[in-house]
Design a protein around this ligand. Structure first.
Ligand SMILES: Nc1ncnc2c1ncn2[C@@H]1O[C@H](COP(=O)(O)OP(=O)(O)OP(=O)(O)O)[C@@H](O)[C@H]1O
Ligand SMILES: [Mg+2]
Length: 242
């Protein structure tokens, strides 16, 4: 579903990715751990095509197609979607308007209303996008937009950060719905999820985990095993591993 080959990326004056080789199959959920500043968000933003992240070397393939030079909107049309770690505030565009913009395939309004209700966002529709939203409201608003966009591959940056314990279950369910993991027939949607706490692993059935460390991927394995190693040892030993 997704593959990167020797991906070198810089942002500003910093080399953020240093030869990342990554691949995931259709329908997989992959999880990225790693210390602050390791390059996790940079990896996602590069996959989505944000121009600040300059690809200096290497390639990105999505469903077999080389998308390295594609613009964000082209990647979105091919089925890539992102939920930001820190979503931008867009004053003057209400959440309601944003939903209308995203709903290009014209899903029935009852379906959209059900999603709004499920994510508990009914009271925020008339507000500017993320304008003064609390941390948890922003994360839920991001997921709502993705649920309407219905991308085949979602990149989700720290879905549980700032979300209270009760709403984490809601976020987990929303991700499963988004990925069609609640339906036997729809198992081709994939996700790449960044998490520090791993809370989200209680709700989504992740296939593989990685540690991002100093611009590269280390330690492919069972995400729960990786998380328990991190809890025991921190990231100290990653430098030796590399
Ligand atoms: N415009 C920029 N100029 C210089 N350095 C930058 C710029 N943008 C990001 N960086 C740096 O790139 C590094 C990687 O950042 P990135 O956001 O990918 O980290 P991360 O792994 O997502 O960390 P966190 O867990 O804190 O979210 C950081 O040290 C960050 O400060
Ligand atoms: Mg980050």
């Amino acid at each position: 579903m997704l593959r990167t080959e020797d991906l070198w990326v810089s942002v500003g004056d910093r080399q953020v990715l240093k030869g990342v080789n990554f691949s995931m199959k259709y329908g997989e959920i992959n999880v990225l751990f790693g210390p602050n500043g390791a390059g996790k968000t940079s990896f996602m933003m590069t996959l989505m095509g944000f121009p600040r992240y300059r690809v200096e070397q290497g390639k990105i393939f999505y469903k077999g197609e080389d998308i390295t030079a594609y613009d964000i909107y082209e990647r979105a049309r091919l089925g890539l979607g992102v939920s930001f770690q820190r979503p931008p505030t867009v004053k003057g565009v209400t959440l309601k308007k944003m939903i209308e913009i995203i709903n290009t395939n014209g899903a029935d309004s009852a379906g959209v209303d059900a999603k709004i209700e499920k994510l508990n966002l009914g009271g925020h529709l008339e507000r500017g996008l993320n304008d003064g939203f609390s941390g948890g409201e922003m994360k839920r608003s991001e997921l709502l937009q993705l649920m309407i966009q219905r991308p085949d591959l979602v990149l989700i940056d720290e879905p549980e950060s700032g979300v209270d314990i009760e709403n984490i279950a809601l976020v987990g369910e929303a991700i499963n719905t988004l990925l069609g993991k609640d339906k036997v027939k729809d198992q081709t949607r994939g996700a790449l999820i960044i998490t520090h706490t791993g809370y989200i692993l209680d709700f989504v059935n992740a296939d593989k985990g990685y540690i991002v460390f100093d611009g590269n991927l280390l330690c492919r394995g069972n995400p729960r095993d990786i998380l328990s190693e991190i809890k025991k040892h921190g990231y100290r030993r990653c430098a030796e591993c590399r």
